[in-house]
Design a protein around this ligand. Structure first.
Ligand SMILES: [Fe+2]
Length: 190
């Protein structure tokens, strides 16, 4: 699709992946997702909300993706800069790659409804975004640790083994989602 250049839409984070092959694979997964999706116009895609489960109040999928990646990186830096000795190693390339890709399946899960809004697609009914995103990334040859970040970042990952990068993405993801849900329920104190 013209006008959707993931290499620039995913900045600054895509540029911080040091491994060139990994960087190219991440961009390739976004391109493949958009290619197979119900989006035919760049504007429709750019405005896509990041979830249909609550009112996003204008926060788009792309904004959410970048904010979650930034949040996960912040959590990693918070630990590495304040612990005298890190108890585990955090792989920043994998953290950023999985942060950017954690919701890529939503490009298949959410589609334009033809009336200016968005709805769950048939693909989304068959496979929730952690599963469809995992399948797309596996096809592109992403490492298994990154696949875990996609497949296990939400409730599918409850109680299952995870690398630390997935844990950080999960927490950053819920930190952006929960306040909106609470707002909708009237339980977010302003
Ligand atoms: Fe997310």
């Amino acid at each position: 699709m013209k006008d959707v250049e993931f290499e620039s839409l995913l900045q600054p984070w895509i540029g911080r992946i040091r491994d060139e092959e990994l960087r190219e694979k991440v961009v390739g997964v976004f391109e493949a997702a958009l290619e197979r999706s119900g989006y035919r116009k760049a504007g429709q895609f750019r405005k896509m909300p990041f979830t249909l489960l609550t009112d996003c109040r204008g926060v788009t999928f792309l904004e959410h993706t970048l904010a979650v990646t930034a949040g996960a990186v912040g959590l990693a830096q918070a630990q590495s800069s304040h612990y005298a000795k890190m108890p585990y190693r955090i792989d920043m390339d994998r953290l950023i790659a999985a942060g950017l890709l954690h919701d890529v399946g939503k490009i298949l899960e959410i589609e334009p409804d033809g009336k200016g809004g968005y709805r769950k697609s048939r693909s989304g009914m068959c496979l929730r975004h952690p599963l469809s995103g995992l399948a797309l990334a596996a096809e592109a040859g992403l490492p298994e640790e990154v696949l875990n970040g996609i497949g296990c970042h939400a409730r599918e990952g409850e109680g299952v083994p995870k690398p630390v990068e997935t844990v950080l993405i999960h927490q950053a993801d819920y930190a952006t989602f929960d306040p909106l849900v609470m707002m909708q329920k009237g339980s977010l104190i302003s």
